[in-house]
Design a protein around this ligand. Structure first.
Ligand code: GLC
Length: 448
Protein backbone atom coordinates (compact mmCIF):
# COMPACT_ATOMS: atom_id res chain seq x y z
CA UNK A 1 0.00 0.00 0.00
CA UNK A 2 1.41 3.40 -0.98
CA UNK A 3 1.13 6.07 1.64
CA UNK A 4 0.51 9.69 0.74
CA UNK A 5 2.78 12.38 2.11
CA UNK A 6 0.91 15.36 3.54
CA UNK A 7 2.25 18.89 3.50
CA UNK A 8 5.30 19.68 5.56
CA UNK A 9 4.33 23.29 6.28
CA UNK A 10 5.23 24.75 9.70
CA UNK A 11 1.54 24.44 10.59
CA UNK A 12 1.48 20.70 10.18
CA UNK A 13 4.81 20.33 11.94
CA UNK A 14 3.50 22.43 14.84
CA UNK A 15 0.47 20.11 15.26
CA UNK A 16 -0.71 21.40 18.64
CA UNK A 17 -2.16 24.88 19.19
CA UNK A 18 -3.68 26.67 22.17
CA UNK A 19 -6.96 28.48 21.57
CA UNK A 20 -7.62 31.33 24.00
CA UNK A 21 -11.16 32.64 24.39
CA UNK A 22 -11.03 35.70 26.58
CA UNK A 23 -12.93 38.94 26.74
CA UNK A 24 -15.53 40.78 28.84
CA UNK A 25 -17.91 37.84 28.31
CA UNK A 26 -15.63 35.88 30.67
CA UNK A 27 -17.23 37.86 33.52
CA UNK A 28 -20.61 36.26 32.85
CA UNK A 29 -19.28 32.73 33.09
CA UNK A 30 -21.87 31.39 30.66
CA UNK A 31 -19.99 31.26 27.41
CA UNK A 32 -18.66 33.76 24.89
CA UNK A 33 -22.03 34.08 23.14
CA UNK A 34 -23.99 35.02 26.24
CA UNK A 35 -25.04 38.41 24.82
CA UNK A 36 -27.08 36.96 21.97
CA UNK A 37 -27.87 33.56 23.44
CA UNK A 38 -29.56 35.09 26.47
CA UNK A 39 -30.78 38.22 24.67
CA UNK A 40 -29.10 40.34 27.32
CA UNK A 41 -29.75 44.02 27.51
CA UNK A 42 -27.17 45.55 25.17
CA UNK A 43 -26.61 48.73 27.20
CA UNK A 44 -26.06 46.85 30.43
CA UNK A 45 -23.74 44.36 28.75
CA UNK A 46 -21.65 47.16 27.27
CA UNK A 47 -21.48 49.03 30.55
CA UNK A 48 -20.24 45.95 32.31
CA UNK A 49 -17.78 45.27 29.49
CA UNK A 50 -16.39 48.79 29.81
CA UNK A 51 -15.86 48.24 33.53
CA UNK A 52 -14.14 44.88 32.95
CA UNK A 53 -10.65 45.28 34.38
CA UNK A 54 -8.70 42.03 34.75
CA UNK A 55 -6.06 42.24 37.43
CA UNK A 56 -4.12 39.06 36.83
CA UNK A 57 -3.43 39.03 33.12
CA UNK A 58 0.19 38.22 32.38
CA UNK A 59 0.95 37.30 28.80
CA UNK A 60 4.27 35.76 29.82
CA UNK A 61 2.46 33.45 32.22
CA UNK A 62 0.13 32.37 29.44
CA UNK A 63 3.07 31.78 27.12
CA UNK A 64 4.73 29.67 29.81
CA UNK A 65 1.61 27.54 30.16
CA UNK A 66 1.66 27.06 26.39
CA UNK A 67 5.34 26.13 26.25
CA UNK A 68 5.13 23.78 29.25
CA UNK A 69 2.10 22.12 27.70
CA UNK A 70 3.94 21.37 24.46
CA UNK A 71 1.86 23.75 22.36
CA UNK A 72 3.66 25.21 19.35
CA UNK A 73 1.23 27.96 18.41
CA UNK A 74 -1.71 29.87 19.81
CA UNK A 75 -4.79 31.73 18.65
CA UNK A 76 -6.28 34.57 20.74
CA UNK A 77 -9.78 36.03 20.35
CA UNK A 78 -9.00 39.64 19.42
CA UNK A 79 -12.68 40.40 18.89
CA UNK A 80 -15.43 37.92 19.59
CA UNK A 81 -19.09 38.20 18.65
CA UNK A 82 -19.72 40.84 21.31
CA UNK A 83 -17.57 43.31 19.35
CA UNK A 84 -15.24 44.26 22.22
CA UNK A 85 -11.67 44.68 20.91
CA UNK A 86 -8.64 43.49 22.83
CA UNK A 87 -6.31 45.89 21.05
CA UNK A 88 -5.75 49.60 20.60
CA UNK A 89 -7.98 50.25 17.63
CA UNK A 90 -8.75 53.57 15.97
CA UNK A 91 -12.13 52.32 14.80
CA UNK A 92 -14.01 52.35 18.13
CA UNK A 93 -13.57 53.17 21.80
CA UNK A 94 -15.03 49.76 22.70
CA UNK A 95 -11.63 48.26 23.45
CA UNK A 96 -9.35 47.24 26.28
CA UNK A 97 -7.05 50.09 25.32
CA UNK A 98 -9.68 52.76 25.84
CA UNK A 99 -11.85 51.26 28.54
CA UNK A 100 -10.94 50.22 32.07
CA UNK A 101 -7.80 48.13 31.48
CA UNK A 102 -6.08 50.76 29.32
CA UNK A 103 -4.09 47.92 27.81
CA UNK A 104 -3.38 46.57 24.38
CA UNK A 105 -3.77 42.88 25.13
CA UNK A 106 -3.06 41.86 21.54
CA UNK A 107 0.32 43.57 21.75
CA UNK A 108 1.17 41.89 25.06
CA UNK A 109 0.07 38.52 23.73
CA UNK A 110 1.91 38.72 20.41
CA UNK A 111 5.11 39.98 22.07
CA UNK A 112 5.12 37.35 24.80
CA UNK A 113 4.16 34.37 22.66
CA UNK A 114 6.62 35.21 19.91
CA UNK A 115 9.38 35.69 22.47
CA UNK A 116 8.56 32.24 23.85
CA UNK A 117 9.11 30.74 20.40
CA UNK A 118 5.45 30.15 19.60
CA UNK A 119 3.70 31.01 16.36
CA UNK A 120 0.97 33.56 16.88
CA UNK A 121 -2.56 33.47 15.58
CA UNK A 122 -5.38 35.99 15.87
CA UNK A 123 -9.05 35.05 15.99
CA UNK A 124 -11.48 37.60 14.56
CA UNK A 125 -15.26 37.40 14.46
CA UNK A 126 -16.92 38.88 11.40
CA UNK A 127 -20.05 39.31 13.48
CA UNK A 128 -20.51 42.03 16.04
CA UNK A 129 -23.75 41.31 17.90
CA UNK A 130 -24.16 44.97 18.86
CA UNK A 131 -24.86 46.18 15.36
CA UNK A 132 -28.45 45.97 14.05
CA UNK A 133 -27.27 45.90 10.42
CA UNK A 134 -25.83 42.44 11.11
CA UNK A 135 -29.32 41.15 11.76
CA UNK A 136 -31.07 43.25 9.09
CA UNK A 137 -28.66 41.92 6.47
CA UNK A 138 -27.24 43.47 3.31
CA UNK A 139 -30.56 43.31 1.42
CA UNK A 140 -32.65 45.20 3.94
CA UNK A 141 -29.93 47.56 5.07
CA UNK A 142 -27.30 47.88 2.36
CA UNK A 143 -25.79 51.02 3.79
CA UNK A 144 -25.61 49.71 7.34
CA UNK A 145 -24.13 46.44 6.07
CA UNK A 146 -21.48 48.28 4.03
CA UNK A 147 -20.52 50.09 7.23
CA UNK A 148 -20.13 47.02 9.36
CA UNK A 149 -18.20 45.31 6.57
CA UNK A 150 -15.80 48.23 6.22
CA UNK A 151 -15.51 48.44 9.99
CA UNK A 152 -14.45 44.75 10.10
CA UNK A 153 -12.04 45.15 7.17
CA UNK A 154 -10.40 48.16 8.78
CA UNK A 155 -9.96 46.32 12.07
CA UNK A 156 -8.35 43.37 10.33
CA UNK A 157 -6.01 45.76 8.51
CA UNK A 158 -4.95 47.17 11.87
CA UNK A 159 -4.28 43.70 13.20
CA UNK A 160 -2.27 42.85 10.12
CA UNK A 161 -0.08 45.96 10.25
CA UNK A 162 0.57 46.79 13.89
CA UNK A 163 1.74 43.61 15.56
CA UNK A 164 4.64 42.30 13.50
CA UNK A 165 4.52 38.92 11.86
CA UNK A 166 1.21 37.14 12.35
CA UNK A 167 1.16 33.45 11.48
CA UNK A 168 -2.58 32.72 11.46
CA UNK A 169 -5.73 34.70 10.95
CA UNK A 170 -8.62 32.69 12.33
CA UNK A 171 -11.99 34.00 11.16
CA UNK A 172 -15.26 33.00 12.78
CA UNK A 173 -18.85 34.15 13.12
CA UNK A 174 -19.39 34.57 9.40
CA UNK A 175 -23.12 33.89 9.69
CA UNK A 176 -25.38 35.50 8.51
CA UNK A 177 -23.13 36.94 5.79
CA UNK A 178 -21.77 35.19 2.73
CA UNK A 179 -18.34 35.56 1.17
CA UNK A 180 -19.89 38.09 -1.17
CA UNK A 181 -21.53 40.07 1.63
CA UNK A 182 -18.30 40.32 3.61
CA UNK A 183 -16.10 40.64 0.52
CA UNK A 184 -13.92 38.10 2.19
CA UNK A 185 -11.88 37.24 -0.93
CA UNK A 186 -10.87 40.88 -1.24
CA UNK A 187 -9.89 41.04 2.40
CA UNK A 188 -7.96 37.78 2.20
CA UNK A 189 -5.85 39.08 -0.71
CA UNK A 190 -5.09 42.16 1.29
CA UNK A 191 -4.18 40.06 4.31
CA UNK A 192 -1.83 38.00 2.16
CA UNK A 193 -0.23 41.13 0.78
CA UNK A 194 0.28 42.60 4.25
CA UNK A 195 1.38 39.34 5.85
CA UNK A 196 3.08 37.12 3.30
CA UNK A 197 3.11 33.54 4.49
CA UNK A 198 0.16 33.94 6.84
CA UNK A 199 -2.38 31.11 6.96
CA UNK A 200 -6.05 32.10 6.87
CA UNK A 201 -8.69 29.62 7.97
CA UNK A 202 -11.74 28.67 5.96
CA UNK A 203 -14.57 30.52 7.73
CA UNK A 204 -14.96 32.96 4.91
CA UNK A 205 -18.60 32.57 4.00
CA UNK A 206 -18.36 30.37 0.93
CA UNK A 207 -21.04 28.00 2.12
CA UNK A 208 -24.58 29.24 1.99
CA UNK A 209 -25.66 29.72 5.62
CA UNK A 210 -28.91 27.90 4.92
CA UNK A 211 -27.20 24.91 3.33
CA UNK A 212 -27.78 21.53 4.86
CA UNK A 213 -25.29 20.84 7.66
CA UNK A 214 -24.32 24.48 7.79
CA UNK A 215 -23.63 23.98 11.48
CA UNK A 216 -21.04 21.43 10.51
CA UNK A 217 -18.86 24.03 8.90
CA UNK A 218 -15.20 23.52 8.78
CA UNK A 219 -14.67 20.21 7.08
CA UNK A 220 -15.34 20.95 3.44
CA UNK A 221 -12.71 21.30 0.77
CA UNK A 222 -14.60 23.92 -1.12
CA UNK A 223 -14.67 26.61 1.52
CA UNK A 224 -11.54 28.49 0.54
CA UNK A 225 -8.89 29.42 3.08
CA UNK A 226 -5.62 27.65 3.77
CA UNK A 227 -6.91 25.17 6.30
CA UNK A 228 -10.13 23.49 7.35
CA UNK A 229 -11.50 23.85 10.88
CA UNK A 230 -13.74 20.92 11.82
CA UNK A 231 -15.24 21.98 15.13
CA UNK A 232 -15.88 19.48 17.94
CA UNK A 233 -15.04 16.79 15.39
CA UNK A 234 -11.84 15.13 14.32
CA UNK A 235 -12.17 14.73 10.62
CA UNK A 236 -9.58 14.99 7.86
CA UNK A 237 -10.31 17.55 5.18
CA UNK A 238 -9.27 15.95 1.91
CA UNK A 239 -6.41 17.62 0.08
CA UNK A 240 -6.03 20.39 2.60
CA UNK A 241 -4.37 21.32 5.87
CA UNK A 242 -6.83 21.03 8.73
CA UNK A 243 -7.13 21.61 12.41
CA UNK A 244 -9.83 20.34 14.71
CA UNK A 245 -10.80 22.87 17.37
CA UNK A 246 -11.90 21.36 20.64
CA UNK A 247 -12.90 22.51 24.09
CA UNK A 248 -11.01 21.28 27.14
CA UNK A 249 -14.28 21.36 29.06
CA UNK A 250 -17.56 19.85 27.95
CA UNK A 251 -18.97 22.61 25.82
CA UNK A 252 -18.35 26.32 26.20
CA UNK A 253 -15.29 28.15 24.90
CA UNK A 254 -14.96 31.02 27.37
CA UNK A 255 -14.44 30.61 31.11
CA UNK A 256 -17.35 28.92 32.85
CA UNK A 257 -16.94 28.28 36.57
CA UNK A 258 -18.20 24.81 37.39
CA UNK A 259 -17.76 23.43 33.86
CA UNK A 260 -16.62 19.85 33.73
CA UNK A 261 -13.08 19.26 32.48
CA UNK A 262 -11.98 16.64 30.04
CA UNK A 263 -9.26 14.40 31.41
CA UNK A 264 -5.63 14.54 30.27
CA UNK A 265 -6.03 11.16 28.55
CA UNK A 266 -9.12 12.36 26.72
CA UNK A 267 -7.26 15.44 25.45
CA UNK A 268 -4.19 13.42 24.57
CA UNK A 269 -6.38 10.99 22.70
CA UNK A 270 -7.82 13.86 20.66
CA UNK A 271 -4.32 15.11 19.93
CA UNK A 272 -3.01 11.74 18.81
CA UNK A 273 -6.15 11.03 16.82
CA UNK A 274 -5.88 14.34 14.95
CA UNK A 275 -2.17 14.00 14.41
CA UNK A 276 -2.34 10.38 13.29
CA UNK A 277 -4.99 11.41 10.76
CA UNK A 278 -2.66 14.14 9.45
CA UNK A 279 -4.19 17.16 11.19
CA UNK A 280 -3.73 19.55 14.07
CA UNK A 281 -5.49 20.03 17.38
CA UNK A 282 -6.36 23.54 18.50
CA UNK A 283 -7.21 23.00 22.15
CA UNK A 284 -9.20 25.69 23.85
CA UNK A 285 -8.99 27.23 27.26
CA UNK A 286 -11.03 30.10 28.65
CA UNK A 287 -8.91 32.17 31.05
CA UNK A 288 -11.01 33.56 33.93
CA UNK A 289 -12.27 37.11 33.88
CA UNK A 290 -9.31 38.18 36.01
CA UNK A 291 -6.94 36.87 33.34
CA UNK A 292 -5.75 33.62 34.89
CA UNK A 293 -5.65 30.32 33.09
CA UNK A 294 -7.53 27.89 35.37
CA UNK A 295 -5.35 25.50 37.35
CA UNK A 296 -7.59 22.61 36.23
CA UNK A 297 -6.40 23.29 32.71
CA UNK A 298 -2.75 23.78 33.65
CA UNK A 299 -2.65 20.43 35.45
CA UNK A 300 -3.89 18.61 32.38
CA UNK A 301 -1.83 20.64 30.00
CA UNK A 302 1.37 20.02 31.99
CA UNK A 303 0.71 16.28 32.14
CA UNK A 304 0.44 16.23 28.35
CA UNK A 305 3.47 18.53 27.99
CA UNK A 306 5.56 16.13 30.10
CA UNK A 307 4.32 13.23 28.03
CA UNK A 308 5.23 15.06 24.81
CA UNK A 309 8.79 15.62 26.04
CA UNK A 310 9.30 11.86 25.86
CA UNK A 311 6.81 10.90 23.17
CA UNK A 312 6.49 14.03 21.03
CA UNK A 313 8.33 12.47 18.10
CA UNK A 314 5.21 10.32 17.61
CA UNK A 315 2.99 13.40 17.43
CA UNK A 316 4.52 16.54 15.94
CA UNK A 317 4.27 16.51 12.16
CA UNK A 318 3.79 12.77 11.86
CA UNK A 319 1.85 11.33 8.96
CA UNK A 320 -0.95 8.81 8.76
CA UNK A 321 -0.06 5.19 8.17
CA UNK A 322 -1.93 1.94 8.29
CA UNK A 323 0.36 -1.00 8.69
CA UNK A 324 -1.67 -3.12 11.00
CA UNK A 325 -4.86 -3.70 12.83
CA UNK A 326 -4.03 -1.46 15.78
CA UNK A 327 -7.30 0.32 16.28
CA UNK A 328 -8.21 -1.24 19.61
CA UNK A 329 -4.82 -0.82 21.16
CA UNK A 330 -4.25 2.65 19.85
CA UNK A 331 -3.22 4.80 16.94
CA UNK A 332 -0.49 4.51 14.37
CA UNK A 333 1.48 7.11 12.49
CA UNK A 334 4.84 7.44 10.79
CA UNK A 335 7.77 9.68 10.10
CA UNK A 336 9.73 8.45 7.10
CA UNK A 337 10.51 4.79 7.68
CA UNK A 338 9.66 4.92 11.35
CA UNK A 339 6.24 3.83 12.54
CA UNK A 340 4.84 4.74 15.96
CA UNK A 341 2.18 2.74 17.76
CA UNK A 342 0.54 4.90 20.38
CA UNK A 343 -0.90 2.41 22.83
CA UNK A 344 -4.08 3.35 24.66
CA UNK A 345 -4.92 -0.04 26.14
CA UNK A 346 -1.90 -1.83 27.47
CA UNK A 347 -1.81 -5.33 26.02
CA UNK A 348 0.66 -6.83 28.53
CA UNK A 349 3.90 -8.49 27.51
CA UNK A 350 3.08 -9.01 23.83
CA UNK A 351 1.43 -7.12 21.05
CA UNK A 352 0.37 -8.70 17.80
CA UNK A 353 0.36 -6.42 14.77
CA UNK A 354 -1.36 -8.00 11.81
CA UNK A 355 -0.43 -6.60 8.45
CA UNK A 356 3.06 -5.13 8.51
CA UNK A 357 5.16 -6.45 5.64
CA UNK A 358 8.31 -4.34 5.93
CA UNK A 359 11.15 -5.69 8.05
CA UNK A 360 11.73 -4.17 11.49
CA UNK A 361 15.30 -3.09 12.20
CA UNK A 362 14.65 -2.09 15.76
CA UNK A 363 11.69 -1.85 18.11
CA UNK A 364 11.73 0.15 21.32
CA UNK A 365 9.39 1.80 23.80
CA UNK A 366 9.89 5.55 23.77
CA UNK A 367 11.59 6.60 26.98
CA UNK A 368 13.14 3.15 27.44
CA UNK A 369 16.32 1.97 25.69
CA UNK A 370 15.72 -1.78 26.02
CA UNK A 371 15.07 -3.30 22.61
CA UNK A 372 11.89 -5.27 22.11
CA UNK A 373 11.78 -8.59 20.27
CA UNK A 374 10.05 -9.02 16.97
CA UNK A 375 8.89 -12.34 15.60
CA UNK A 376 7.53 -12.50 12.11
CA UNK A 377 5.05 -14.94 10.57
CA UNK A 378 2.79 -14.86 7.55
CA UNK A 379 0.32 -12.58 9.35
CA UNK A 380 2.67 -9.83 10.36
CA UNK A 381 4.62 -9.40 13.56
CA UNK A 382 4.46 -10.22 17.24
CA UNK A 383 6.18 -7.70 19.48
CA UNK A 384 7.36 -9.12 22.78
CA UNK A 385 9.45 -8.10 25.77
CA UNK A 386 6.97 -5.41 26.77
CA UNK A 387 6.49 -4.71 30.47
CA UNK A 388 3.54 -6.54 31.96
CA UNK A 389 2.03 -3.33 33.32
CA UNK A 390 1.41 -0.13 31.40
CA UNK A 391 4.67 1.82 31.71
CA UNK A 392 3.16 5.32 31.51
CA UNK A 393 -0.04 6.47 33.22
CA UNK A 394 -1.04 8.09 29.92
CA UNK A 395 -0.21 6.26 26.70
CA UNK A 396 3.02 4.45 25.85
CA UNK A 397 4.54 4.51 22.40
CA UNK A 398 6.22 1.68 20.54
CA UNK A 399 8.69 2.86 17.93
CA UNK A 400 9.33 0.58 14.98
CA UNK A 401 12.31 1.49 12.82
CA UNK A 402 11.75 -0.25 9.52
CA UNK A 403 14.03 -1.45 6.74
CA UNK A 404 12.21 0.68 4.21
CA UNK A 405 8.89 2.34 3.39
CA UNK A 406 6.08 0.96 5.55
CA UNK A 407 4.22 -1.57 3.42
CA UNK A 408 1.43 -3.97 4.26
CA UNK A 409 1.03 -7.62 3.36
CA UNK A 410 -1.10 -8.21 0.32
CA UNK A 411 -3.58 -10.15 2.42
CA UNK A 412 -3.94 -7.35 4.98
CA UNK A 413 -7.27 -5.69 5.48
CA UNK A 414 -7.53 -2.53 7.62
CA UNK A 415 -10.11 -3.69 10.11
CA UNK A 416 -10.59 -7.16 11.43
CA UNK A 417 -14.01 -7.68 9.86
CA UNK A 418 -13.79 -7.38 6.11
CA UNK A 419 -11.56 -8.32 3.22
CA UNK A 420 -10.93 -11.88 2.14
CA UNK A 421 -11.64 -14.21 5.10
CA UNK A 422 -9.37 -16.89 3.63
CA UNK A 423 -6.42 -14.87 4.82
CA UNK A 424 -7.17 -16.33 8.26
CA UNK A 425 -7.68 -19.87 7.01
CA UNK A 426 -4.28 -21.37 7.76
CA UNK A 427 -4.49 -20.01 11.32
CA UNK A 428 -7.95 -21.55 11.84
CA UNK A 429 -6.95 -24.84 10.18
CA UNK A 430 -4.31 -25.49 12.80
CA UNK A 431 -7.13 -26.31 15.17
CA UNK A 432 -8.91 -28.83 12.95
CA UNK A 433 -12.62 -29.20 12.14
CA UNK A 434 -14.14 -30.68 15.28
CA UNK A 435 -17.05 -28.84 16.89
CA UNK A 436 -16.10 -30.41 20.24
CA UNK A 437 -14.53 -28.31 22.96
CA UNK A 438 -11.13 -29.64 22.18
CA UNK A 439 -9.60 -31.42 19.22
CA UNK A 440 -7.26 -33.31 21.55
CA UNK A 441 -9.36 -35.98 23.31
CA UNK A 442 -7.24 -36.47 26.44
CA UNK A 443 -7.70 -32.87 27.52
CA UNK A 444 -11.46 -33.33 27.71
CA UNK A 445 -11.31 -36.51 29.83
CA UNK A 446 -13.79 -36.04 32.73
CA UNK A 447 -12.27 -36.02 36.19
CA UNK A 448 -8.75 -35.74 34.81
C1 GLC B 1 -18.18 28.59 17.26
C2 GLC B 1 -18.76 29.54 18.25
C3 GLC B 1 -17.77 30.52 18.76
C4 GLC B 1 -16.41 29.94 19.03
C5 GLC B 1 -15.98 29.11 17.86
C6 GLC B 1 -14.66 28.44 18.03
O1 GLC B 1 -18.09 29.17 16.01
O2 GLC B 1 -19.81 30.26 17.67
O3 GLC B 1 -18.28 31.13 19.90
O4 GLC B 1 -15.55 30.98 19.21
O5 GLC B 1 -16.92 28.14 17.64
O6 GLC B 1 -14.42 27.63 16.91
Amino acid sequence: MKIETPSNSWFRQATYGLFLHWGPYSQHGRGEQVLMRELLNQEEYAEQACRWNPQHFDANEWAKVAVDGGFRYAVLTTRHHDGYCLWDTDTTDYSSAQQAPKKDYVREYTDAFRAAGLKVGLYFSWSDFRLPALFAGPEKDPEGWAQIREYAHEQVRELMTRYGKIDILWFDGVWPGSAKDWRSAELVSEIKRLQPGILVNNRLGYRAPESENSDEFGANEDEGGDFGTPEHRIQAVPGKLWETCQVSTWRLWSHTPGERWRSAEHILDMLTEASSKGGNLLLNVGPDSGGRIPQDFINRSNAIGDWLKVNGEAVYGTEPVDVGECVLFGRECRRGNTVYLIIRFWPGKELRLQGLATGVKQATLLGDRRPLSIERDSYGILISGLPEKQPHPLFSVIKLELDGEPETLESYHPGLWGGDPSRLLSWAQKRGNSVMASTVEEVATPGA
